[in-house]
Design a binder for this molecule. Structure first.
Ligand code: PLP
Length: 401
């Protein structure tokens, strides 16, 4: 299978140059099967789910629930009712921060996050802490980009209510030792939320083996459409947590005196979901299975190792995030050049990278830099594209220094 040809968007020129798309940590491109699934839904299946007595409603509901089962299988959750559809990682984390904290967070309590979190795994906890009168504590990390687990152990105390960390840093690429973090937290009966936005498309994820209590991710970073994400939560906790939003679907009975809530997972799925996008997610999971998750990981590691080695040959290069265990994200600066200038010149050569703080301002503060240039690879990228990228940098570097 020639994976690249399955992605129509990649076959185009930008400013007269073949597109090199290295902005995959922001969002991946979509294979034809995902585009077809979306198109197929709106062409022949569109209907609101769960409440219709007619053929299209029943069929759309069946496909929607099949996707839930496909997600359960994909991350090896115990029950499909532990899979909640959301709009993405951000909404998933906000759901937990709002609902879990309403039930379990009180004045003076503490929540622990790491210093390498995306703003989506910082701000929802800050909001929850502000509401409850609780405090945020932060696990530091080393210059290489490795979390200090000794510090985590020291941060935990009788006031700690939750640990929230990412599986993979979107800026440093570090793969964090989630099973170890879960062991530390669970030995004090503290649940762990994992932000899986940057891991889900790069490695096999088994939530039962990791032992985490919540696992959140976005469809659009794993070849699926924008507008769908997942909040996995352990049944026992989800049953204890109040609804996040009120509305249709999440209720059993409504009277003006009292409303009773629906069972899991519907308690957390108020309103009409993005059914077409959910069906696209099923197609994306099938696509990843076809590629083989192990193949994806191996191919991306080859690209990352090759690009890292070639980048190191450029004068003045500084790479941020050099943990031994990392995914296909490379953040760098060339001398004192501004990341935006590098990104703009690369763009004119047809190369798409991301520049700036990548929604991780605390990481930039940690290194005392304004931002980085970030190249991130997916399964369809090639060594030839890395050669084009490196040649471009050799051309650009002297112009900017
Ligand atoms: N967490 C991490 C680590 C991310 O990289 C991102 C997006 O870049 C998010 C959370 C937020 O994801 P979304 O914008 O899809 O909700």
């Amino acid at each position: 299978m020639d994976i690249r040809t399955l992605f129509p968007i990649l076959d185009q020129n930008v400013y007269g140059k073949p597109l090199v798309y290295f902005d995959n940590a922001a969002t991946t491109q979509k294979p034809q099967c995902v585009i077809d699934a979306l198109n197929g839904y709106y062409t022949s299946l569109n209907s609101n789910i769960h409440r219709g007595a007619h053929y299209l409603a029943a069929k759309a509901t069946e496909c929607y629930e099949q996707t839930r089962e496909a997600v359960r299988n994909f991350i090896n959750a115990k029950h499909s009712h532990e899979i909640v559809f959301t709009r993405g990682t951000t909404e998933s984390i906000n759901l937990v921060a709002s609902s879990f904290c309403q039930r379990f967070l009180s004045k003076g309590d503490e929540i622990i996050v790491s210093g390498m979190e995306h703003h989506s795994n910082i701000v929802p906890w800050q909001l929850a802490c502000e509401k409850a009168g609780a405090h945020l504590r932060v696990i530091p990390f080393s210059d290489e980009g490795i979390l200090d687990l000794h510090a985590l152990t020291n941060l935990i105390n009788e006031k700690t209510r939750l640990v929230a960390v990412n599986h993979v840093s979107n800026t440093l690429g570090t793969v964090n030792p989630i099973a170890e973090i879960v062991n530390i937290a669970h030995s004090h009966n503290i649940p762990v939320l994992v932000d899986g936005a940057q891991s889900i498309s790069h490695m096999p994820v088994d939530v039962q083996a990791l032992g985490c209590d919540f696992y959140c991710f976005s469809g659009h970073k794993m070849y699926a459409p924008m507008g769908v994400g997942i909040m996995y939560g352990k049944e026992e906790l989800l049953n204890e947590m109040p609804p996040y939003q009120g509305g249709g679907e999440m209720i059993k009975d409504v009277t003006f005196e009292k409303t009773t809530y629906n069972d899991l997972p519907f308690k957390f799925e108020a309103g009409t979901p993005s059914v077409g996008d959910v069906l696209g997610l099923k197609a994306a999971i099938d696509f990843m299975h076809q590629c083989g998750i192990e193949y994806i990981a191996t191919h991306e590691k080859m690209l990352t190792d090759y690009a890292t080695q070639k980048l190191q040959e450029i004068d003045g290069i500084r790479i941020f995030g050099v943990a031994p265990h990392k995914t296909s994200v490379i953040s760098f600066l060339i001398g004192n050049t501004h990341p935006y200038d590098v990104g703009t010149l690369l763009d004119k050569l047809g190369i798409a990278v991301r520049t700036g703080h990548h929604c991780t301002q605390p990481i930039m503060d940690r290194y005392k830099i304004p931002g980085t240039v970030r190249a991130s690879f997916a399964v369809y990228n090639t060594k030839e594209e890395i050669d084009i990228f490196i040649q471009a940098l050799h051309r650009i570097a002297p112009m900017l220094q």
